[in-house]
Design a protein around this ligand. Structure first.
Ligand SMILES: Cc1cc2nc3c(=O)[nH]c(=O)nc-3n(C[C@H](O)[C@H](O)[C@H](O)COP(=O)(O)OP(=O)(O)OC[C@H]3O[C@@H](n4cnc5c(N)ncnc54)[C@H](O)[C@@H]3O)c2cc1C
Length: 362
């Protein structure tokens, strides 16, 4: 472990982007990853029988409007042009999200024009009906609150599209990597200046960073694991929501005709069903096979040991985070980042952007 200029703890998209930048600037980089494989939550598994790419930590669609991020990621993959659409199933009927002309017109059986939509939605009866059908139950499941606790005023903050555009994201660059998400990480980390070790969780002991019993070289360390874990939860545990996934292989070519359907009623225990083959419409052989893989997603209360997915923003969690940040500032050569280190939800493009913005002294 000698001859190392920089250590990156965590080989998710944030750590891998940073590792690549350091390597290309001539520095020797040691990447230490706690899990058995690199890729963080973007990691996928390919089902051997069907060839379907399963997004192990929930559906991931790359989307961005940041030109520098798009340029960077396209050095390591080519995207298939997939445009994300999300449907919502409510009381046995299927609707297109997000909230816009398509949803409102089909839900109320009307034919509003773009100019008529704002006034229609300003009517309390209409906005309440939409809120009850598509937001109340879903939000209560997502955040573990009773439906009556979900604040109806959130509907006022949900953007309404006065168009028939059902593209889920507003970003003009979108897609799924043609050769799969894992290959991005293989390429990002494939550099003569990068050494990767998996099964190598970094911890802090008496002011020194360690992996197993070994002391790490005292060089700058960029840490993208959970910030509270690094300090052994001494101020308390930062709260998260977790997800549970139930994956099933079915003997039919197509289960739901699209990649994601949200189930918006509180009575349906899962929040959405993912059907992964729809992310790769270009793979005609896989599409035609009489088999598909679906994954039901359940949102659940998180406890230590569960996978952390969504940080819970409260006054108390902000206070805890500030205490951990203050601790981190006292450790020389420690830089926190990524979604776990920053305790912040980032889409992949924002994670890359944050890693691209770090001053690495080129
Ligand atoms: C359900 C869900 C769906 C999402 N869908 C999308 C989407 O469609 N599009 C999109 O752009 N973004 C999506 N995201 C966001 C995306 O997952 C994140 O942007 C991305 O994973 C962040 O990368 P990261 O490197 O910061 O963190 P991570 O991917 O979490 O990587 C951190 C890595 O650090 C490792 N680690 C932890 N502790 C240690 C330690 N002590 N030592 C060494 N290694 C350690 C972890 O094992 C992990 O590999 C989604 C997120 C969720 C929760």
């Amino acid at each position: 472990m000698t001859n190392v200029d920089v250590i990156i703890a965590g080989a998710g998209i944030w750590g891998s982007t940073l590792a690549r930048r350091f390597a290309e600037s001539g520095r020797k980089v040691l990447v230490l990853e706690k899990r058995r494989q690199v890729g963080g939550n973007v990691r996928c598994e390919t089902d051997a029988e069907t060839g379907i790419e399963i997004h192990s930590y929930g559906s991931h669609i790359f989307h961005t409007s940041l030109p520098e991020v798009w340029k960077f990621i396209n050095r390591f993959t080519t995207f298939n042009g997939y445009q994300h659409k999300v449907l919502a199933r409510y009381k046995g009927k299927t609707y297109f999200l997000p909230l816009g002309l398509t949803l409102v017109n089909s839900f109320f059986g009307v034919e509003l024009t773009p100019a008529e939509l704002p006034a229609f939605m300003a009517d309390e009866a209409h906005s309440s009906a939409i809120f009850d059908a598509f937001f109340r139950g879903y939000t209560s499941k997502q955040w573990g609150r009773a439906p009556e606790e979900v604040d109806p005023s959130i509907i006022k903050r949900v953007p309404v599209r006065a168009t028939y555009d059902v593209n889920y994201f507003n970003d003009y660059c979108q897609g799924i990597p043609l050769d799969g998400y894992n290959s991005i990480f293989e390429k990002l980390l494939d550099h003569s200046n990068i050494t990767v070790r998996c099964d190598a969780g970094v911890r802090l002991e008496n002011g020194a960073f360690k992996v197993d019993a070994d002391d790490l070289p005292r060089v700058p360390l960029y840490y993208s694991g959970p910030v509270d874990a690094l300090f052994d939860y001494r101020h308390g545990v930062l709260p998260w929501r977790t997800l549970k996934f139930e994956t099933e292989k079915l003997d039919i070519a197509d289960y739901q005709g699209t990649s994601v359907v949200n189930y918006t009623e509180a009575e349906v225990p899962y929040t959405r069903i993912h059907e992964f083959k729809h992310y790769h419409p270009e793979l005609k052989d896989i599409m035609a096979k009489p088999k598909t893989i679906v994954m039901r997603e359940y949102s659940a209360e998180w406890k230590l040991g569960d996978e952390p997915y969504y940080p819970i923003d409260t006054a108390q969690s902000r206070e805890l985070l500030a205490a951990y940040k203050a601790e981190a500032e006292k450790i020389p050569n420690l830089i926190l980042g990524g979604r776990l280190g920053a305790y912040k939800y980032f889409d992949m493009d924002k994670s890359i952007e944050s890693a691209l913005k770090i001053d690495i002294g080129e």
